[in-house]
Design a protein around this ligand. Structure first.
Ligand SMILES: [Zn+2]
Length: 406
């Protein structure tokens, strides 16, 4: 038996009145997802434990089978892991967004989805001026970068996720806590350095949002995780464009597969992801496929793009995989589950339940006719703890019991 886990990030949503009370999952043409629901077992899962931040990091810890309350240690260390940066005992890693400040307010959490080549120049300029024995900047992808600071006091600092405070006055949402003075000083210095940088002069001249401020948040130390192989005895790979999840996959001992053309945005190469997933499955037992586009559409409140992203995932990833496996008589099992809802109406992550469908050849369908929030709520498994879903999936589909040794 081989296993496919498909995670359309942020795909779950709330019924929208102006869309006839439907959600994007209900409105989208997704025959392959509906197939999994119709032929499999459905339900809902709570991926974000109460009181924890409703982010992709927490939710994907859970979906990989790790209880976030036990293992989660912030977003920054995951991105450090994906960049191959080893943190010392005294070091704390921060996600460092490049953002746009306008009129003293946080105008854009992504500096207009600045390109990697532009942002790299800016981060390297900051590194040149600000790096020292306590501080190091590391260029990442798009608007997502890394800041590593020495001093465990930073673990106590309170930093706002920028996509949650768009429109707010910067002075009112600056970091607070025992290490805040250092963070605020770095932010002020970045404001001065970035303002006059040629990349930003060019962006302003072209009418694009300048990346004129750093925004550090999601800090932590490297977590210690039992590997996926030790837990389930399966060799697996992860396919994602998001550094955060590459890092989590690496720390879980999964093979991290880089797919050319995977952008983490609407223009990602869906077909290439399917092809690389198929290739992984020839060599390994399990592939974890994460697709970011629906989440970006949720953050932008863009119904059309969210529906389109779901249809493309269905047509260009799930369809071909099903055709080449299950529909060719091969023994494959599928778990389809968004990591968290990113409702169009609120444009941010929420900690509510997500629908899921588990398909395996011997599955006894539970009567669900389609893959949607409403249908899954009537499914056989109700509101299970998200971190137990991998156990449930592997046990039902393949009789695999998670090792109690780890
Ligand atoms: Zn997510």
């Amino acid at each position: 038996m081989k296993y496919v886990v498909l995670v359309p990030d942020g795909a779950a949503d709330l019924p929208l009145e102006e869309r006839g009370g439907e959600t994007p999952l209900q409105a989208a043409r997704i025959p392959n997802m509906d197939f999994l629901a119709r032929e499999g077992i459905c339900g809902t899962a709570v991926t974000v434990p109460e009181g924890m931040p409703a982010g992709s990091d927490v939710a994907n810890y859970a979906l990989m089978g790790y209880d976030p309350r036990e293992y989660y240690s912030g977003r920054g260390p995951l991105e450090a892991a994906s960049m191959g940066i080893e943190l010392g005992a005294e070091q704390v890693a921060f996600r460092c967004n490049l953002v746009t400040e306008r009129g003293g307010c946080l105008a854009d959490y992504s500096a207009g989805h600045i390109t990697t080549s532009e942002s790299r120049e800016l981060i390297l300029a900051l590194r040149e001026c600000l790096d020292d024995e306590f501080t190091s900047f590391h260029p990442g992808v798009g608007y997502r970068h890394l800041l590593v600071l020495k001093g465990l006091k930073h673990l106590e600092d309170r930093c706002f996720p920028p996509h949650d405070v768009v429109g707010k006055e910067v002075e009112s949402i600056l970091p607070q806590g025992p290490g805040a003075a250092r963070l605020n000083a770095l932010m002020r210095l970045s404001r001065r350095l970035l303002a006059k940088h040629p990349v930003n002069r060019r962006r302003v001249a072209e009418g694009l949002p300048p990346a004129n401020l750093i925004w550090p948040w999601g800090q932590g130390r490297t977590p210690t995780l039992p590997t996926f192989a030790a837990k389930y005895g399966l060799r697996g790979a992860i396919i994602t464009a998001v550094d955060l999840l590459k890092g989590l996959g690496k720390l879980a001992g999964l093979e991290v597969v880089d797919v050319p053309g995977a952008t983490g945005y609407y223009d990602t190469d869906y077909s290439a992801k399917a092809a690389y997933a198929r290739d992984c499955l020839r060599r390994l037992d399990l592939v974890y496929i994460h697709v970011e586009a629906p989440d970006e559409a949720g953050h932008e409140g863009n119904w059309e793009e969210k529906v389109k992203a779901l249809e493309r995932i269905d047509e260009l990833i799930l369809g071909p995989l099903l055709d080449e496996t299950v529909r060719s008589g091969e023994d494959y099992s599928f778990l389809l589950v968004p990591d968290h809802p990113t409702p169009i109406a609120v444009r941010t992550h929420v900690a509510g339940p997500v629908p899921f469908a588990i398909y395996f050849p011997q599955a006894k369908p539970d009567g669900c006719r389609e893959f949607s929030e409403r249908a899954a709520a009537e499914g056989a498994i109700k509101a299970c703890e998200g971190w137990k879903l991998m156990d449930i999936f592997l046990e039902r589909a393949g009789g695999i019991r998670a090792s109690s040794r780890v």
